[in-house]
Design a protein around this ligand. Sequence first.
Ligand code: ATP
Ligand code: MG
Length: 692
Amino acid sequence: MSAPFAPDGSLTAGLNAAQRDAVLYLDGPCLVLAGAGSGKTRVITQKIAYLVRECGYAARNIVALTFTNKAASEMQHRVQGVLPGKSGKALTISTFHSLGVRLLREEARHVGLKPQFSILDADDALAIIQDLLATTDKALLRSVQSTISLWKNGLIEPEEAERIAASAAERDAARVYRSYRDTLIAYQAVDFDDLIRLPARLLEDNAEARERWQSRVRYLLVDEYQDTNVCQYRLVRLLTGPRAMFTAVGDDDQAIYAWRGATVENLAKLTTDYPSLKVIKLEQNYRSVQRILEAANNVISNNPKLFDKKLWSDLGVGEPIAVLAQDSDEAEAENIGMRISAARFERRCNWRDFAILYRSNHQSRVLEQALRTLKIPYTISGGQSFFDKAEVRDILAYLRLIANDDDDPAFIRAATTPKRGIGQGTLHALGTYAGNRHVSLYAAVFEQGMEQALPERNLRFLREFANFIQRMQWRAGRGTADAQEAASNEPAGEILDDLIKAINYERYLYDTFDERAAQARWQNVIDLMDWLKRKADEDGMTLMALVQHVALITMLERGEDEEPDAVKLSTLHASKGLEYPHVYLAGVEEGLLPHQGKDDEEGDPERAAESLATRIQEERRLMYVGITRAQRSLHLSWCKRRRRAREDVVREPSRFIKEMGLDAGAVPDANAGMSPKERLGALKALLTRPAA
Ligand code: ATP
Ligand code: MG
């Protein structure tokens, strides 16, 4: 990457004229509308530097919003290079969601929350919906959850949802929505959607809070603006107020979150809501060679145009795009692995220069297996990490609660998994009581007032549970003021073993899941326990210290600070905004990319209801995103047969291959005659030969 500043310190060196305009423009709202790789994100980082270094903005008054945590940490990293030291740290560079958390923590009492309110993740939220619906029908649950989420993102309250519900299913969902909202209030908890919705509501209703935040956010920058939803747009408007000092950058051709309620209309809306809006277009692409860019332009030209855009690059023509037809997904995975190995030798580059992208999470399993067999290091994003697995989270919930009994979601999760006679009714009463008394759920259990709030039997179950947690806390050394003394407490390993035995977790797994699933989950629990015990032994940590350590690790995992030298495996969705020298796009088949709608694994009813054409257009944008991640070489593959639910299904190449202007059977490869294995062998032989 070139230096952000020229040696003379000029801020706009390394920018083209249009980018410079976008960075320097401060007379009002500004929209940068441009295709992939044209330097939109670079405009944002440069503009932050410009605001601080040249325009006298205090770093704490600048907020930049990104779509993912990863994008935020990457931007933070880039800006740190331009603004070293303290001023860089005072900037707010975060996702919409993290900004929402910050705002809510400060303004909690204005929205009827206690400051240490809990944040439920999608799993926690789904569990609540499951209890409300009293069903285990996964498809139904997910569909209700996504319907509620769409309502929330559209700023629609349950009462209004009940009014506008168009079908029996929607009316049911609206009723669940109402109980769900009430449940969350009782728990003093919010879900991910609330992190945007509640701040927007607050700033709308509360003039004082609005002024407070508007004078704090003196300049706002938004990346990937095309994927904002109604709620996020509202928040942007409210945060910037009448001064409207903001820069948004986006590309309508990369809008890939309509299924989650994002709306490209937000782009068009900016032009009408802000008549003085300055629109800047960027046309030079600095990422990809011409062949790749041309293929991307070809594909996207099949979509109706919202805004006219041209994109060119002077990085040379580049090598032909490879298209490979494979016999099975295993063959595809092995082939990709071997081709990457060979290419790494041939091109003398690093593992991290390669990315394998795919449409659906389930494709990663076969790819991972192949890479492991070939001993190719890889990292995976957009998938599930070990610490996100339900069984791991169950056990960690107990440990979190033992360490910090203010953690209400941990309390809820631990108290109800495995079931021990504590149901939603009991938790609801406890949540209401705790909310009124402004204490944690755990603390509330011990209060006398609870004796009026619950029947004796229900309270007994709660107190048994809380007493159990308390005993564990003492054994683990909590309550001992002296750390030295705490360290002399029982070894963590023994406490862990007793904990797992006492809650009967293994039996719970076998009662709840089929044998194979239960076994796999139990193995994960054993792995977690072994890891915890090993840590405790090696580093002499108490259980308390250990739990805090785990929380940190989880955060580090999510932060992904130092990228190891490894091939990147990623879903197309998670690859947005990123770039790689060499990209392998797997499973470019009809039914996978474009994805077949109905039995979509994500199971969105909206999705099925959407007209086919709209869906294909979104899939096409996803394809466009995938192609434009590649800088120097692009390789597509598709399988003639793919295993699906234990059956081999015959597949056709994706229509997008043809739309790119390519032949689905072509293998433009200098060494086409050799199998990848032979080629790899030949290359290795070459490398081990002494230099001439
Ligand atoms: P996407 O739409 O995929 O998010 P983008 O428009 O945000 O892409 P960037 O990621 O900002 O594009 O830039 C793409 C690449 O081009 C980056 O490696 C960036 O450093 C480089 N780049 C951007 N502008 C210039 C420039 N004026 N000169 C040289 N390189 C540039
Ligand atoms: Mg970008």
